[in-house]
Design a protein around this ligand. Structure first.
Ligand code: ADP
Ligand code: MG
Length: 239
């Protein structure tokens, strides 16, 4: 099966000389349709770096990142921006909603930026809000919603328009446990519907929603093959 996301021997070096940090070292990784992959590892191990590279928000120092077969380095800033509006959904830990826009307007924004007419964009946005269970909140502003509701809006914005790659960096970080599980169920459902998902998490309980777990340490993938989420959960309980 063709991968939705592929990293091929990707290295990302920040800074130069004495302050040089190798955030990722020769990482190869793929995510396929229908698959939710959890990325785990200690703080500073390169998890966020991997996700921002996958989302075209940052460029590798070496190696290639491709989404749906498109090399992100080959399409330029404009091409990457376009892919972020159409192919790649990104869910941030702190929601990143625009306070002056309603839920529906926040979700519609990427499509309107892409030239879709407002009416059509809002209609698709409302459908995405329905899908994440908050259709009735479409006209509310972010500060009129709970954290869990805001994160649902952020997820709706990430999945709107059939995006095939959903990236989430600790999407439950700012939420209570129960709300966090609801958010993971949404990501899971979207992957079951055919998207590829990559989620950074530090909680084994959350990784249990994934099909497999990739462990990073010091910018290197240290374990991928044997990482069944159920084992991770067991280890965390034992440990
Ligand atoms: P994680 O998300 O696993 O905590 P990061 O990907 O954020 O790790 O960071 C990996 C390493 O790269 C860390 O040592 C971090 O300090 C460094 N790093 C990340 N972003 C930058 C940057 N913009 N400039 C310099 N160093 C950075
Ligand atoms: Mg991080």
């Amino acid at each position: 099966m063709n991968a939705v996301l592929r990293l091929d021997t990707v290295t990302r070096v920040h800074g130069q000389g004495a302050t040089e940090v190798v955030a990722l070292r020769q990482v190869s990784f793929a995510a396929h349709p229908g698959e939710l992959v959890a990325i785990m590892g200690p703080s500073g191990s390169g998890k966020s770096t991997l996700l921002t590279l996958a989302g075209g928000l940052d460029q590798p120092t070496e190696g290639t990142v491709s989404v749906e077969g498109v090399d992100l380095a080959a399409v330029g800033n404009k091409g990457r921006a376009r892919m972020r509006r159409t192919s790649i959904g990104y869910v941030f830990q702190d929601f990143n909603l625009i306070p002056a826009l309603t839920a529906a307007e926040n979700v519609a924004l990427p499509r309107e930026l892409d030239g879709e007419r407002s009416r059509a964009a809002r209609r698709v946005a409302r459908a995405a809000l329905e899908e994440v269970g908050i259709g009735e909140l479409a006209d509310r502003f972010p500060d009129e919603m709970s954290g869990g509701q805001q994160q649902r809006v952020a997820i709706a914005r990430a999945i709107v328009g059939e995006r095939r790659l959903i990236l989430a960096d600790e999407p439950t970080g700012a939420l209570d446990t129960e709300t966090g599980e609801d958010i993971l169920a949404l990501l899971r459902a979207r992957c079951d519907a055919g998207a590829a998902g990559v989620m950074v998490t530090h909680e084994a309980r959350h990784a249990a929603w994934a099909d497999r777990v990739v462990f990073l340490r010091d910018g290197v993938v240290v374990d991928e093959s044997g990482a069944d989420p159920a084992d991770v959960l067991l280890e965390s309980r034992l440990g």
